[in-house]
Design a protein around this ligand. Structure first.
Ligand code: NAD
Length: 249
């Protein structure tokens, strides 16, 4: 069986760390993001550690680009049997100020994007009679002020994950979700900026509210992905792990 993984939104942050970790675990990794050139650093870090990676530019919310990307990955790296739906955006605002566009882009990237990527990739997993799908949810799925769009999308991904687990289990494919808490990335840096807080004190304040008394790092989530993808995790499907340094925050 081919050991090929796709990680979406892998130019930076959690996606980049996950791509690096899966490469260490022995997978050839398709590093997918909006622009192929933005994937160069992730690809270089994998190759310099002796791994195999391919930079792929695609918008996960565009059906044609997704099909072309998955076809290219299958041809150049081999049939993908692992998919990590990680690409994401935020457009935070209180409900009364949230625009139609803020709602639509968040739904399109997280929900439509995960749907399109999974539909295109599952064919290869079913042919291989083995597969692993990991979707990035969030603690925001439990509700978060200013994130009506994002919380809805992240809760939706949990329902998507459980349904994939039910439909694809008999083909040797598991589907699970990770709901990270506060992770230090460009996404959370942008949040601090939007609410007018200095980055370092903001991280310290968030860390103080987390039971393990530190902020999460992209590698914390990459480790959780690695666990779900591992051979011995084959009896775990349709689950959500809150990787948040505590029960939910
Ligand atoms: N950082 C956190 O605290 C946190 C917490 C919970 C969940 N998450 C989720 O984890 C995932 C990764 O978050 P991150 O913090 O690394 O974010 P990030 O903003 O650092 O990286 C997201 C990546 O997704 C890419 N992307 C956006 N739209 C895309 C599209 N249409 N097609 C392809 N790629 C696209 C971006 O270009 C970027 O490289 C997201 O789904 C996010 O919602 C993050």
């Amino acid at each position: 069986m081919s050991k090929v993984a796709i990680v979406t939104g892998a130019a930076r942050g959690i996606g980049a760390a996950t791509a690096q970790r899966l490469a260490q675990d022995g997978f050839a990794v398709a590093v997918l993001d909006l622009k192929a050139e933005d994937c160069a650093d992730t690809v270089a870090s994998i190759e310099s550690a002796g791994g195999r990676a391919l930079a792929v530019g695609a918008d996960v919310s565009d059906a044609e680009q997704v099909q072309a990307a998955v076809d290219r990955i299958a041809a150049e790296l081999g049939p993908p049997v692992v998919l990590v739906n990680n690409a994401g955006v935020t457009r935070d605002n209180l409900l009364f100020k949230m625009s139609d566009a803020d709602w639509d882009i968040v739904m399109n990237v997280h929900l439509r994007g995960s749907f399109l990527m999974t539909r295109a990739a599952q064919k290869h997993m079913i042919e291989a009679k083995w597969g692993r799908i990991v979707n990035l949810s969030s603690v925001s799925a439990l509700g978060n002020r200013g994130q009506a769009n994002y919380a809805t999308a992240k809760a939706g991904l949990q329902g998507f994950t459980k349904t994939l687990a039910i439909e694809l289990g008999k083909f040797g494919v598991t589907a699970n979700a990770i709901a990270p808490g506060f992770i230090v990335t460009d996404m959370t840096k942008a949040t601090a900026e939007r609410i007018g807080e200095e980055w370092e004190p903001y991280v310290a304040k968030r860390a103080a509210a987390i039971p393990v008394a530190r902020a999460g790092q992209p590698e914390d989530i990459a480790h959780t992905v690695s666990f779900f993808v591992s051979e011995n995790a084959g009896f775990i499907s349709g689950q959500v792990i809150y990787a948040a340094g505590g029960p939910r925050n």
